[in-house]
Unconditional design. Structure first.
Length: 641
């Protein structure tokens, strides 16, 4: 059955099957992106793959509309975004030793309430950011284009390309992590004088796909950030401090470089991220003021809401205010249970609300500027946790120790979930604006997606922790723990404030790097350059291990050359985007599936077919084949039958 045109369909929008399908996809995509984010510290927008999958399923079920499809992807993409908010913060409670295992009720409360606030905070900002700003909202525009394309006669929605990518990603993950046939990374390292120099690459299609989706501009900036750490800062530090290297008793240059990066150099990324978060807030101050004014005006004009066109009707502002007020009560009770103080718990709730609204606005603006996949959620959260830690330190004193650091994480976790959902919400509302959807129906579906994902993210975290563990919170038997880089950073910042051992000189140096990148980005903007230099992309690269940035750069290069080869073909590259989305989904879902037998057996090699892996070369060859296949599909300009 064909889909109806989004401009002629007005009835089939918020349907029962849309709700059910949105819930299922929200759960699946949330779980997949939880694994991806814990492994590499990055998630990607799920709107486009959700739109394609829902389009294929709805086509099988019967006649559907583009507006119905849009509501499905609105709910589905909420799972991916909420996963980012959860995994960037909550594992920090294990890494710092405050928790020994995840508490289901607490994790679900933080995820559900934080996500709900993210939806509610952005409702008064919709008109200001989507209609009153010259923002691109790249994923929102792309999602609308995919759905619009799906209404054309004969379109199959590209479901087979996602399936092809998912198969490739799944088989690759099975071969490396499941059957143990080859190593999942490759490294070279050595000494240049007294300086340690290390280079490596993760051998995984998911990272390659991340680079393809974010394109070369962002991928190159992430790699540049990694190069600053691994090719400049680490060699320089090890050369100037040989006694520190000697004290490490590292077996080789690679071990020495990683130890120095973990203890010192990654804090350059902290400084850059904090500066980037503050800059994002400053750069959108006028849009923030306009959004607040628009929300207040909507409250005054609530009686006239029914007179507005369907395409302009948001959830009533009085409902929004009641929802925000109601959500704060259980959050306060949670904070009170952590601190055993009404005053401190109330102060934490106030800080959370203010920071949540401000940074939800920042996230919505940045989603419009650089897209959801490149949204500075980590920078926003680090700035929140650093500020909250300093404030709680002033109130509770250094004796608060672990309790104070955990309190800061609890504030940051709610803010992070709210900001992550806010950025996703604005992308979805942009797609809806282009398609002619009803805003309040999208906002309802966003809430549905949030609540569905919130109920399952805690079990996913429990399963992954039991099977793999996290760096700093794993058993000796867990030989390949998930890095959870953002959560590790949050833990280090919060505990460092209360222990008075933060390497402030590195944070200040990172802030200087961030300021320099901002200056370069402003120069590029004013000169009308086709490329930009968002500071958070560089900051993430500084903080990530270089082996994660390398395949991201390769994916960006594939996207660049594919775009160049097909620049005269309208709509070219769409197939490559679907394959890339499939690669991420396939690898992530197999990673979660492998966690089940590993968790049961407490043995990461339980499925290994051979005693020792063959080395890195099979992974290198297979990844090269995936690169070639991705490029060939991305440059295939033939029309689908």
């Amino acid at each position: 059955m064909e889909a109806e045109s989004p401009r002629t369909a007005s009835t089939a929008e918020l349907t029962v099957r849309a709700i059910v399908l949105g819930i299922v996809l929200s759960i699946l995509l949330g779980a997949a992106n939880a694994y991806l984010g814990l492994k590499v510290g990055m998630t990607v927008s799920a709107s486009i793959p959700a739109a394609v999958v829902s389009m294929g399923i709805l086509s099988v079920l019967g006649r559907h509309t583009a507006l119905e499809n849009n509501l499905v992807q609105t709910a589905a993409s909420a799972g991916e975004s909420l996963a980012a908010g959860v995994i960037f913060t909550i594992p920090a409670l294990l890494m710092m030793g405050y928790w020994k295992e995840f508490d289901y009720l607490t994790v679900t409360m933080i995820a559900g309430l934080g996500g709900l606030l993210g939806v509610l905070f952005t409702i008064p900002l919709r008109r200001a950011l989507i209609m009153g700003q010259e923002l691109k909202f790249p994923e929102g525009v792309a999602t609308a284009a995919v759905i619009e394309e799906g209404t054309k006669p004969g379109q199959k929605g590209g479901l087979k390309y996602i399936g092809l990518g998912a198969l490739g990603g799944a088989l690759f993950k099975l071969g490396s992590s499941g059957f143990g046939l080859f190593k999942g990374s490759a490294h070279v390292a050595g000494w240049v004088g007294k300086g340690a120099v290390a280079f490596g690459s993760e051998l995984g299609p998911a990272l390659l796909a991340v680079g393809y989706i974010v394109r070369l501009n962002i991928a190159a900036l992430v790699f540049i950030g990694g190069a600053i750490s691994w090719f400049i800062a680490i060699p320089l530090y090890t050369h100037m401090n040989p006694e520190v290297v000697a004290a490490l008793d590292a077996a080789n240059a690679n071990d020495a470089a990683f130890s120095i990066w973990n203890a010192k150099i990654r804090y350059l990324g902290v400084g850059a991220m904090v500066v980037g978060g503050i800059w994002a807030l400053v750069s959108m101050r006028q849009a923030l003021v306009d959004g607040i004014r628009g929300g207040l005006a909507a409250i005054k004009q609530k009686k006239n809401r029914a007179d507005l066109p369907r395409e302009e009707q948001d959830l009533p502002m009085n409902w929004v205010l009641v929802g925000i007020g109601t959500s704060i009560v259980p959050i306060f009770l949670l904070y009170h249970s952590v601190t055993d103080s009404v005053g401190i718990g109330l102060s934490m709730a106030i800080v959370m609300v203010l920071a949540g609204f401000l940074f939800s606005a920042v996230a919505g603006y940045m989603a419009g500027l650089v897209g959801s996949s490149s949204n500075p959620i980590s920078g926003i959260t680090i700035a929140t946790i650093l500020f909250a830690s300093l404030l709680l330190y002033a109130v509770m004193g250094s004796d608060a120790g672990m309790k104070g650091a955990a309190s800061a994480i609890f504030i940051g976790a709610v803010v992070c979930c709210a900001a992550a959902i806010a950025g996703d919400n604005m992308q979805d509302l942009k797609a809806g604006h282009l398609l002619g959807s009803t805003p309040w129906k999208q906002q309802v579906m966003q809430i549905v997606g949030v609540l569905a994902a919130a109920l399952v993210l805690a079990p996913v975290l429990m399963l992954l922790h039991e099977a793999y563990g996290f760096v700093g919170a794993s058993t000796p038997e867990q030989t390949d723990p998930l890095t959870a880089p953002q959560a590790g950073l949050m833990s280090s910042v919060a505990t460092g404030v209360f222990a008075n051992n933060l390497p402030w000189n590195f944070i200040y140096a990172g802030a200087g790097i961030g300021a320099a990148v901002i200056a370069i980005d402003e120069w590029l903007r004013k000169s009308g350059a086709s490329i930009r230099a968002p500071v958070l992309a560089v900051a993430v690269g500084i903080y990530l291990p270089l082996e994660l940035a390398t395949p991201i750069l390769i994916g960006g290069l594939i996207a660049y050359f594919a775009d160049k080869a097909t620049k005269n073909h309208k709509g070219a590259g769409h197939k490559g985007l679907l394959v890339a989305s499939g690669l991420i989904t396939g690898e992530a879902l197999v990673g979660i599936g492998l966690a089940i037998p590993i968790a049961i057996s407490q043995d990461q090699s339980v499925l290994n077919l051979i005693t020792e892996p063959w080395g890195s070369w099979p992974g290198i060859l297979l990844l090269a084949g995936i690169c070639l296949g991705l490029y060939r599909i991305a440059t295939d300009t033939r029309e689908e039958a």
